[in-house]
Design a protein around this ligand. Sequence first.
Ligand code: FE2
Length: 289
Amino acid sequence: MLNEHQLASYHQDGFCVIPNFKDLQQCQDLQYRAEQIVADAAVEDISIFTTTEQQRNADDYFLSSGDKIRCFFEEEAIDDQRKLKIDKKLAINKLGHAMHQYDPVFSRFSCDLKLQQICRQIGFTDPRLLQSMYIFKQPRIGGEVNIHQDSTFLYTDPLSVVGFWFALEDATLENGCLWGLAGGHKTPLEKIMKRKSDDMGIEFENLKDNRYLADDFTPLPVKAGTLIMFDGRFPHFSKANRSDKTRHAYTLHIIEGSAHYPEFNWLQREDKQPFPSFDSLLSALQNPL
Ligand code: FE2
């Protein structure tokens, strides 16, 4: 559970930092599993992930990944013929977007009772695990993630998404730690990313221009095992990783089950099943098919 200071910080600043939320063994287990998934992945179907070219890269592979485990590659690791220029394990940008449900190692990491309690503490009545991402932030080519609010991509009415960002390795200024704008969660939602009506790609609906300045953001360097949790309107970004170290992180996004989840959101389950609760994931882990 969050202590009084952490809870106050979450409400006032839109985020809070919880050191030692996971132990190093848990972090290493997840890293090992992610590397196995990449090693087993076929690379015929190359899909690039970059937030600077998000519109162009929102292909069907991305749009249908909401209930799957898929690999997305770094733009700088792909040549003009869409072939990998470097070793697959160093070319991967992220895994997404349902490891929490379909991989037992990720499920165990995600079904954390402490996390469930925190969700209740910050006001969730029916927390649903919507999305997971494993972010590699590779040495030298780990792409920047530009300033955004997570509710832009995971919209509910009323807004409810909370991001849980786990550092699996030390995140530093050199390898591309998170940066955030304290109190920025009180600014309006700038835009909403929507599927186009013909389902061919995505578009943005602009709501407001908050004119964020990167100079107003503060870096959030943290040790491995730290959890940073933040409100869906908390503006944040990370710079490119030009160092020779990786910066692995795992993120979970949780929404309120009673909030309306529109069909225009990019993340839709092809099986039309509801997003899982902590309890349903726990029972699936305890009673595997
Ligand atoms: Fe984000």
